[in-house]
Ligand binder design. Structure first.
Ligand code: ADP
Ligand code: ZN
Length: 215
């Protein structure tokens, strides 16, 4: 399947994307994970992105489009992809439209995951992420703690609060989302691609998406 997951930071795009990969082998593409990996590896891309990310600002569109143009042409995308955290701005959405046309790829759906702001704030402040760039597993100190406090179940590395998950950076990221990313909802509504999902359970969200994709 070829799906874009839209939603505020903390809406659960990554969780839903991971679950959907198990359905048909489509790959999850998270620009946030790619960028964090680049920062940790100290690559040129990482150096250019780091300050923006730490402040909770968006990384420039040109940098993101460079990553995605390459990524979408890798062989593992042939079975399909779940875009998680991309596009994030109208220019990225326009550029993606041009790129998909060029590659002859048709999207199935753009799923907008709606979660109340209070729940989002609650989730982000309690979220913890594995420091291992190859793992990046996500935990929640309240609802989904690791078996051993502070240690990743999957790879044994420490789990930490991300630099951009301090109260200040979170509120800035939510403002950025409202200003820059929320307009994509109307963009994709006009394209006839939008599906709004607001189920409180991951299962409900997955089912709604699959119904649209397979229907
Ligand atoms: P979340 O969805 O939890 O906010 P992500 O992991 O998707 O976090 O992104 C983390 C940071 O990486 C963003 O705050 C931003 O700085 C950068 N980033 C990720 N994807 C994009 C994108 N498509 N365009 C611009 N910046 C991005
Ligand atoms: Zn891990």
């Amino acid at each position: 399947m070829r799906v874009i997951l839209l939603g505020a930071p903390g809406a659960g795009k990554g969780t839903i994307a991971k679950l959907l990969t198990q359905v048909d082998g489509s790959v999850q593409i998270s620009t946030g994970d790619i960028l964090r990996g680049a920062v940790q590896a100290g690559t040129e891309l990482g150096k250019q992105a780091e300050a923006f990310m730490k402040a909770g600002d968006l990384v420039p569109d040109a940098l993101i489009m460079g990553i995605m143009e390459t990524r979408l042409q890798e062989p593992d995308c042939a079975k399909g992809f779940l875009l998680d955290g991309f596009p994030r701005t109208i220019p990225q959405a326009e550029a993606l439209k041009t790129l998909l046309n060029k590659l002859g790829i048709q999207l199935d759906v753009v799923a907008n995951i709606e979660v109340p702001r209070e729940e989002i704030l609650n989730r982000l402040t309690t979220r913890r992420t594995c420091v291992n760039p190859q793992c990046q597993a996500i935990y929640n100190v309240r609802s989904q703690p690791p078996k051993v406090e502070g240690v990743c179940d999957k790879c044994g590395n420490p789990i930490v609060q991300r630099d951009d998950e301090t109260a200040e950076a979170i509120s800035h990221r939510l403002d950025t989302y409202n200003q820059k990313t929320a307009p994509l909802i109307d963009f994709y509504r006009q394209e006839g691609m939008l599906l709004t999902v607001d189920s409180p359970s991951s299962e409900g969200i997955i089912n709604a998406i699959l119904e649209r994709v397979n229907g």
